[in-house]
Design a protein around this ligand. Structure first.
Ligand SMILES: C[S@@+](CC[C@H](N)C(=O)[O-])C[C@H]1O[C@@H](n2cnc3c(N)ncnc32)[C@H](O)[C@@H]1O
Length: 315
């Protein structure tokens, strides 16, 4: 088995790429990160006259993700070394390749296996966004691209039964199977779901909302992002309303959420489109006197709340 001691990461990367061209698995021996906890990547660690460059498990996990591999449980090889094992992901196992329209994200799709609320890099910024808009104080909440309702489920989990019962929740999606499932999950009587194209919201006569949430939906093909977003804010957001927009910056493949959105015409993840769209929304909302924050990593959350004019005046 190959052992890495003081070789730089560039050498390890070259070795990894060359090995993964020939094989589905990659194994090598390195310093056990537990031995020098608190060191930074690249610090020299000498044990029994042998020097290693330190790297944490987080660094090894990041490398696995960058190589489109899953990292298996490291196995101890000696008192101070472990074997790092990576296994290639099955990149064809993904809903991203589906040619379906309405049912691309339906209950029979591979997308239905995802539970984003169980991914820390999704859950944590989404929770923060819900708390920063004070979701429990919002009466009418609209979610566009609700799918089977996970985003409402989290709201239900973090509020008390009394707080939750006071909300009026509306979820819209063009996937009939996803909406049917959402209807079964939310039987308390305060949630309404529509199978509907969100390009045609006018015909639903929805009124205005205190909170609009839309995650991973506005950048879908078939939605003209800028005019759609402007019309949403102008026609459906109440005067003191708040907005949570979630922009995926990841791909789901072979059971993993892999950092970085795939951009057309690039063989690697490229962020120009997502940054352009986020910047557009941020500027637009700031002009309309919203306080806007941007958080997250694999999912980027733009959260906008109205600036209180009295507080603003008093500084
Ligand atoms: C990437 S999924 C995101 C679903 C959910 N918000 C999430 O993050 O897990 C996009 C959702 O938007 C829905 N969608 C896309 N375009 C739509 C449209 N024009 N009208 C209604 N729903 C649409 C899809 O069916 C799908 O459920």
């Amino acid at each position: 088995m190959k052992t890495f001691t003081i070789q730089p990461l560039t050498d390890i990367l070259s070795y990894a790429h060359a090995t993964l061209k020939e094989s589905d698995t990659l194994i090598f021996e390195v310093l056990n990160p537990d031995i020098s906890r608190g060191s930074y990547a690249g610090e020299h660690v000498t044990i029994e006259n042998k020097t290693y460059l330190y790297r944490s498990y987080k660094a090894w996990s990041d490398l696995g993700e960058l190589l489109f591999c899953r990292m298996l449980t490291p196995t101890p090889l000696s008192d101070h070394t472990v074997a790092i094992t990576y296994e290639k992901l099955d990149l064809s196992d993904s809903f991203h390749h589906s040619e379906e329209k309405e049912e691309k994200y339906g209950t029979a799709s591979r997308f239905a296996a995802l539970c984003k609320n169980e991914e820390p890099a999704f859950l944590s910024p989404y929770l923060r966004a819900l708390r920063s808009v004070k979701v429990g104080e919002k009466k009418r909440i609209l979610n566009l691209g609700i799918n089977t309702g996970d985003e409402f489920d989290l709201i239900r989990q973090i509020l008390s039964c009394e707080e939750y019962a006071k909300l009026e929740l509306i979820g819209i999606d063009h996937s009939e199977s996803a909406i049917n499932h959402a209807r079964e999950r939310f039987s308390e009587g305060n949630a309404t779901f529509y199978v509907h194209d969100i390009n045609d919201l006018n015909t639903l006569d929805l009124g205005q909302f205190d909170l609009i949430i839309t995650i991973g939906t506005l950048q879908s093909s078939g939605i003209d992002f800028k005019p759609f977003f402007m019309s949403l804010i102008q026609n459906y957001l109440a005067k003191e309303g708040a907005v949570i927009l979630g922009f995926p910056n990841c791909r789901w493949m072979g059971g993993e959420m892999i950092y970085g959105a795939k951009a057309p015409n690039y063989p690697y993840s490229e962020m120009s489109i997502v940054v352009k769209d986020i910047y557009y929304c941020k500027k637009y909302l700031q002009q309309k006197k919203f306080r806007v924050t941007l958080t997250g990593k694999d999912y980027l959350f733009l959260t906008a709340t109205k600036i209180n004019p009295i507080l603003r005046y008093n500084g």
